[in-house]
Write a protein that binds this ligand. Sequence first.
Ligand code: ZN
Length: 458
Amino acid sequence: MDMDLVIRGGEIVNADGRFSADIGIRGEKIVQIGGEMRGPEIDARGRTVLPGAIDAHVHLTMPQVPEDGVAWADDFTSGSEAALAGGITTIGNMTFLLPDESMFAGLEREAALARVEAIADVILHPVIGDPRQAIIDEIPEIVAAGHSDIKFFMSTPTFDRNATGYLKATAEAGKNGALTLIHCEDYPIIEQSIERLLAEGRESLRNYPESRPIISEVVATQRAVAFAEYTGAPVYIVHLSSRRAMEVCQEAQARGAPVYVETRPLYLHLTSERFLEDDGAKYVGQPPLREPEDVEALWAAVANGSLHTICTDHAPWKLVHKLDPALHVGNLRPGMENLQTMLPMLYSLGVRTGKITLERMVQATATNVAKLFGLYPRKGTIAVGSDADIVIWDLKETRTIRDEDVLSRAGHSIYNGWEITGWPITTLRRGQVVYDNRRIVAKPGSGKLLPRGLTQAL
Ligand SMILES: [Zn+2]
């Protein structure tokens, strides 16, 4: 058969196994795997071929610049560039709403940016800051329009006052086949912890872990689990960080509760003593870095499948803004860039070390994400009929992560200097080569805002 492009001779690794075969692409789709095919070729012999990853959790937009004038450093263009260089072809952006803005209006405001700026494909998650009835009433319509999830934070000062509204929103999302994403940290415990550190004159970010203790994550995770069990609606715990919170989820899963868990690389590679370094403030994320036993528990949970997805929570700040001396435990710029290095680091430090298989890495960064966010089988796997989102890897190439190579406008990586083996060489998004030989070769506006189906149980 005649193809627009043939990827010749690579080893394909999907979540359910691996095999060597040619891949035939026509237009944006994979139309044949194996067998006779002709057309322009990419030679992938000796390479490994993975489905494009889906990072469902990134922050590339702020609806309003904060009072201090310092916003996240990326937009859909620079975020896409970092993603594609890192083997990620779809990104899920958190869409914060303006006060009094409807979810539809907020999603449309961000969709307009994505259409012009994005190179990777994009999905949007509306973040509910006020679960008033008008917002809850919008849920069926936004799901029908292809946005099949909502997100909220338990860590905000207004969560408890609005908890009934959030419970109703979770139920409504579930009823409509949508997923509810929850940031699980308990505000009262955080607030009291910060107050005590300030009173003791210990507000330095060296003490950051004490301001958001593990029990604040545990109690919020228990509550999220209870929301899932009471309503029957699936919940998705974002960026889970601790062994104890993981156990809360595993116990709920054993009872059959629809509880899905995400972690991010921060909690798989680093521990809390980092905050004692001179520039330790650069590691501040919410929740904080934890202890070695937590890291071990999270890797074990990825390996046994009770932890379902790994996403970056990419929240890019320039280093000077992370190290701003005005910051303290009660005044944070949480998060960091991570799109370009998440997958190579998972491979290098997770797969090569034997903690997880490459198939499990693909499952946690592509297939499971596609299913939970209503994109499967269009995305998340290499199969006939799927979008040709394909990443050709050299699993033997060793590179040192360097600030000067960072495509995010954050301009630095907290992993600067780490030696990592296994990197994407060529990335295709919907059949088009978008990254090749360390260069982005596609234009802003070529990324698509993807309409989504309903969430699929794992
Ligand atoms: Zn986030």
